[in-house]
Structures are given as C-alpha cells and as structure tokens.
Design a protein around this ligand. Structure first.
Ligand code: AHR
Length: 519
C-alpha cells in the first residue's frame, strides 16, 4: 500500500510539473535584432483648456496660497519632472480650433474673455496663454506641441503665431513678443495643423481638410535652424479613408506626421470609472486591445504611400473615457483612475513601443483632472493615479532600442470570450541595461513565464518592480494616496540563464537586467 501511495505521489508530481511547463509562457528576446529606437515622445502628454486640467491643475496664478513658481504649481511640476514628461500638447483638443492665440498674450487684465463652448460653457479668461504655457514647458523641461486653429482661425493667424514664437529677427510679431517680455524666440518645433477637423475642428471632409492643410502648412514657416515638425490633423478611430486621403493628397515633404485619436470607450454606455465587476474589467481591456488593429490598419495605409516611413503616425489622443464622477460638471470630463486604467496604459504603451518604427509620438488624454489623468488636484491637494505610476515605471523605455520579443500569450477567458492575457515589451538602454514590461490583464489568474534574454550571466543583476492592487477597482485618493503604488518584486528565480516568475493577476511587472562586467 505504502509503495502504491509513493508511486501515485511521484506520478502526480511529474504530471503537475508537466502541466506547469505546458502552461508556462516562454518569452524569448531577440537582442541581436534590436535596431529601432522607442522615441521618448511616445510617452507624451496632452493638456487642454478643459475642466480643471489647466486651471487648478497647473495654473493657480501668481498670488495663490498654493506653492507656485510664476503661477504654476510646484507639486505638479515636481511630479511630472519625475516621469521625464517628454512633450506636452496644448491648447486642445476641440478647444484648439476655437482658440485665438492673440487673446492670450499681453497684460492678463486686458485679455478678452471667451466662452469655452465645448467644455462646460464656462468663461475662459485667457489668463493662461502662450507665455504661461511656454513657462510651464520650461519648468517641466519638456517640448511644447502646439495645435493651431484651422476650424475657426485664419491662415494669417496661424502664420503669425509661428512667427511670434519662433522668429528671432525684426518683424511685427517678433517685436510684439519682445514688448510682452520675451526677447528670444522659443523655437517651438512640434506644430499641429488643426484637431479633429472631421468633427469639432470644422466638420470637414478629408478631401477639403487635405487642401486646407496645404494652405495652412505653407505659411507655418520654419525660422532659422528650427525646422517645424508639422502634424496633420488625423483620423478618429477606424476612419481609414481620412488617412488614405491625407497620404494621397498632401505632399509628404509638407507633413512630418499624421495624427490619430482613439479612446477606450463605449459611446453608448460609457460606464463608471470605479463601479465595475469582472465583466466590465474584461470588456474595457477588450476595447483597449482593439486599438492594435486600428493602428495596424492606419500603418498599412501609410506604408502603401510612404514605404520609407518618412511620415510618422502621431497618436496624439488616447486613453479611457467613462461617465464623469457623480455630481461633477459633465463638461469637465473628470473621472477616477483605477488599476484597470493602469492596465490600459501599460498595454497601449507596450504596443506603441512595438510599432516604434512608425509611431514617433503619442499623447495620453489628459494629464491632470481630465479623462485618464496622471494627477488629480483639489485646492492645495495632489494625488498620483495608477496611470501616473505606469509612466514612472515605463520611463526606462524612453529612447531605448526596442528588442523584438517572441512569445505566445496565455488566454484570458471570460465566459465564451477570450483575450491575450499577457503583453510584453523589451528594450535596451544606452547603458546596455535590458528592461521588460510585462502585463497580465487576467483579473484572477496568475501566469507563469520564463524569460530568456539570451545572455543572462550568473553575476547579472535583476531588479524588479510591480504595480498591482488588492481589488481590480482600487484607486488612490487624497486621503489614501498609496493604495496602488509600485513596489519591489522579488518572487522570481534565475535558473539556467533564464528568469522564472509568476505574473500575478492584474499586474504590471517591470524588470531591469544589468550585465556585470566579468573579472
Ligand atoms: O480629450 C477630450 C476631447 O476628445 C478633445 O478635445 C477632442 O480632440 C477629442 O474628441
């Protein structure tokens, strides 16, 4: 009997070992094939005159009791500098095609007011304008990305704005800039020619917009050494005709990028940012993954007209979009941010890394207090969201060389629906360190993985951090800011030159592998 029990136990152990091996995902890195750079601009941001993004988010004014430098909150600047924010798109969004930049310069007391018709119908007093935005970029040490007005502005108005920003000599606009206190041109490089011109930016057809683009872009001049990087207002989601028309009708030397907007949203039922169960967890991640096909199809069109990839795909609005939080202004688009949003951010960034030969810039919407925000503020208080922590953890991919990764994802099954549970991105930085960001979107199953970097030595150092939460809808608040924060993760083993670990349910793991010099 004893002998029988022993044999059974051995057989069971072998069976479970085989099962575990079968269910283990092998992740192979092709370090030798790494060649494309992941532009840090993929990790860009978008801030519009919308709700409390600019006002209250960044801008509190010179006399505010909240600690500030030249009217800009110090806490927010410190937090954003920590994640190395590479660029900031402004002033919209839909707001951009209603914005007349001359209203936002000169003595703030004299600046005309306007109605922000898109966002809550509030009065915009223009106290935050061109000079304030460029002061913000300077404090953040980030590249400005300015979106000009095509929908309701003139060619002359856009042309003059560029001259005001960038011309160093004597000219009406450069002189006006000096009168307003800025002697040197700012040298703004990234220039959007309109926003969503198929919708809030003028309801144009693709053909009409392409012609308009040619006019506006002609007079948006490059001055001196600063070559303007012009971005055509691109498609919304799966509007492939828009991209095809722009690629066909606009000479490629006139545009350095075409934009694309795609939100993770169900427009017929946006749902709550926090009140959701397993099913809506699955559903939002399913919608998030739809972006992969949308990006692929836009890229395929661009490849047809531009096989040398001279025109970039600029994914300058993306993120989750839910119902606003109960009791808040519907026009302010304020929503909470949970671990589910962190997974959306991590999945999307992994995919953008993979497509870095065509995608050269992306901007999550929007940095503070709006949509998939990284930061919330309320008066003097500030809290960092789970999405912020993804950007902090993923900083390691900025300007690193993308390493192709080969693996077959395990399945995330919900009822009769299936998704890939695991997403992986890898890169090598300038110091030779390898980084992997591994995401498990499965809400209740951990997935074992084996990572083969091809060259892991016994002395190599592995560092690992994880973002996870107790509940799938956990989030940070002013009172409890540390509900979802990255932590060190040591539950891995190194064996036969490979790293083995279980990626916990609903988690994001970032590994760093540094090779130690021998001898
Ligand atoms: O990010 C909010 C809005 O979404 C932007 O203003 C617009 O471009 C898009 O429709």
């Amino acid at each position: 009997m004893k002998k029988y029990l022993l044999i059974s136990a051995i057989l069971l152990a072998i069976a479970s070992l085989t099962f575990a091996q079968k269910n283990t995902t092998r992740i192979e890195l092709s370090t030798d094939e790494a060649s494309e750079t992941i532009s840090r601009h993929i990790y860009g941001h978008f801030s519009e005159h919308l709700g409390n993004c600019i006002y209250g988010g960044y801008w509190v004014g010179y006399d505010a009791p909240i600690p500030n430098t030249n009217g800009i909150r110090n806490d927010v600047v410190t937090a954003l500098r920590k994640i190395g924010i590479p660029n900031l798109r402004w002033p919209g969004g839909c707001f951009a095609d209603e914005y007349h930049w001359m209203d936002g310069i000169g003595d703030p007391a004299e600046r005309p007011k306007m109605v922000n018709t898109h966002w809550g119908g509030v009065t915009e007093d223009n106290s935050f304008g061109t000079h304030e935005f460029l002061e913000l970029c300077n404090q953040l040490d980030t590249e400005p990305v300015i979106c000009g007005n095509v929908g309701s502005g003139t060619v002359k108005e856009m042309s003059q704005w560029v001259e005001y920003l960038n011309f160093g000599g004597i000219s009406p606009m450069a002189d006006l800039r000096r009168v307003n206190g800025q002697d040197e041109p700012w040298g703004v490089k990234y220039w959007g020619v309109g926003n969503e011109n198929w919708g809030c930016g003028g309801n144009m057809t693709a053909e009409f917009y392409a012609d308009q683009y040619r006019r506006y872009a002609t007079y948006a001049r490059s001055y001196g050494e600063n070559r303007l990087y012009k971005i055509a207002g691109g498609a919304g989601g799966a509007d492939y005709h828009w991209t095809e028309t722009l690629m066909k009708n606009i000479p490629h030397h006139m545009m350095q990028g075409i934009s694309l907007h795609h939100y993770t949203v169900d427009w017929s039922n946006k749902g709550s940012a926090t009140q959701f169960g397993d099913s809506l967890h699955f559903e939002v991640l399913r919608r998030c993954l739809e972006v992969e096909e949308v990006i692929d199809r836009h890229i395929a069109i661009m490849d047809k007209y531009d096989p040398e990839k001279k025109v970039a795909l600029v994914f300058d609005e993306w993120g989750t979009w839910y119902e606003v939080e109960p009791g808040t202004n519907p026009g302010f688009l304020f929503q909470q941010n949970t671990m589910r949003d962190a997974l959306v951010a991590a999945l999307t960034l992994n995919y953008l890394n993979e497509k870095c030969d065509r995608v050269k810039m992306a901007n999550i919407a929007q940095t503070i207090n709006v949509l998939q925000a990284l930061i919330f503020t309320d008066g003097p208080e500030m809290v960092l969201t789970p999405t912020y922590h993804v950007y902090e953890m993923y900083k390691v991919h900025h300007d690193a060389t993308m390493i192709p990764v080969d693996f077959e994802s395990p399945v995330y099954r919900y009822g009769d629906r299936e998704l890939d549970a695991v997403s992986v991105s890898a890169s090598q930085d300038k110091n030779g360190r390898i980084h992997l960001s591994v995401v498990n979107i499965d809400h209740d199953t951990k997935h074992p993985v084996v990572i083969n970097t091809g060259e892991l030595g016994e002395d190599d150092a592995v560092n690992c951090r994880i973002l996870q939460s107790d509940e799938i809808n956990s989030y940070n608040t002013f009172g409890r800011p540390d509900e979802v924060v990255p932590e060190p993760f040591s539950k891995y083993k190194i064996k036969d030159g490979e790293i083995r670990m279980d990626i916990p349910a609903s988690s994001i793991v970032v590994l760093e592998i540094s090779h130690q010099e021998e001898g």
